[in-house]
Design a protein around this ligand. Structure first.
Ligand code: NCD
Length: 299
């Protein structure tokens, strides 16, 4: 059966643990036998990307495989009006697996219907971003066990797909999520309902100061400007929050600060040198985690 990775909602906890264990093994000693030699990974990115695109490519090369990049819409038949379904059908003849990033929610799920090769969701609009979640969990697990943790999420939880994916995964580890968001940027109703079905407790707060001392993880995100219906509604909430080093002056817990990146102005650069700041480490962890995912779907 073809193995797709589309949403953390349908990834069993056991499957997540197995992928993380595999990533830990890889991070300790990179495979030297080129297990994916001869395999080709298709990179289909219909939205900008630095980390996801480059780290999947780097992970594939480190495993002995190669990558084929669709390129921007201006160089492919997408500019001639080819549908996503046809693009997926055609690229299936050229690659052994593909990573798809697309502005539409559900695009990766739809791609599975037309794909004979594994599809990894590299982000579908404001929907899901499962590979980022595995990186987030991997980075948390480097500092603490995943069970029962208190996770603060600050930023744009409405459009931020990384927070949706992470919340679904955390529900499987009995976490509690504390949210601090600008007006109107809390989790969408559908995500709240799904999380309630999964028995995840969400507590809303007005300020990050009131909760920071109880957190094991502070997950900061940027406002997803490109997903707002118009510039005015973005400007209304832009630059509404910023994390400064002083926020952590009196914390007693050994918390870690994560951010999927890119950051805009929501984390003051002074935070970077605090021992709590793990976001660049988190970005580095993209390689072993995506190597584990690729060997899983292609192995
Ligand atoms: C995230 C994304 O694309 O959703 N970036 C990433 O893959 N690390 C976060 C973001 O763009 O804000």
């Amino acid at each position: 059966m073809v193995k797709h990775i589309i949403s953390t909602r349908d990834l069993e906890r056991d499957a997540i643990d197995t992928l993380l264990d595999k990533a830990i093994t890889i991070s300790k000693k990179w495979p030297d036998n080129r297990p994916l030699q001869g395999k080709i990974l298709g990179l289909l990115f219909f939205e900008p990307s630095t980390r996801t695109r480059m780290s999947f490519e780097s992970a594939m090369l480190r495993l002995g495989g190669t990558c084929l990049n669709l390129g921007g819409p201006e160089v492919s038949s997408v500019s001639k009006g080819e549908t996503l379904a046809d693009t997926i059908r055609v690229v299936n003849g050229y690659v052994d697996a593909l990573v798809l990033r697309h502005p539409r929610i559900g695009a990766a799920q739809m791609a599975c219907e037309f794909s004979r090769v594994p599809v990894i969701n590299g982000g579908d609009g404001s929907g899901q971003h499962p590979s980022q979640t595995l990186i987030d969990l991997f980075t948390i697990r480097e500092s603490m066990p995943l069970d029962d943790i208190q996770v603060g999420m600050i930023g744009d939880l409405n459009y931020g797909r990384t927070t949706h994916s992470l919340a679904y995964a955390l529900a499987k580890y009995e976490a509690t999520i504390h949210t601090v968001t600008p007006d109107g940027l809390g989790f969408p109703r559908s995500v709240i309902d799904n999380l309630a079905d999964m028995n995840l407790q969400i507590i809303q707060h007005q300020t990050i100061e009131e909760i920071v001392d109880e957190l094991d993880v502070l997950y900061v995100t940027r406002i997803q400007r490109e997903r707002f219906p118009d510039v005015a509604s973005y400007l209304h909430v832009a630059s509404g929050y910023r994390i400064f080093p002083e926020l952590f002056d009196n914390v007693t817990k050994n918390l870690i600060i994560l951010h999927p990146l890119p950051r805009l102005d929501e984390i003051d650069p002074g935070v970077d040198s605090l021992p709590y700041a793990k976001y660049f480490r988190q970005s580095d962890n993209g390689i072993p985690v995506r190597m584990a995912m690729l060997t899983d779907v292609l192995g």
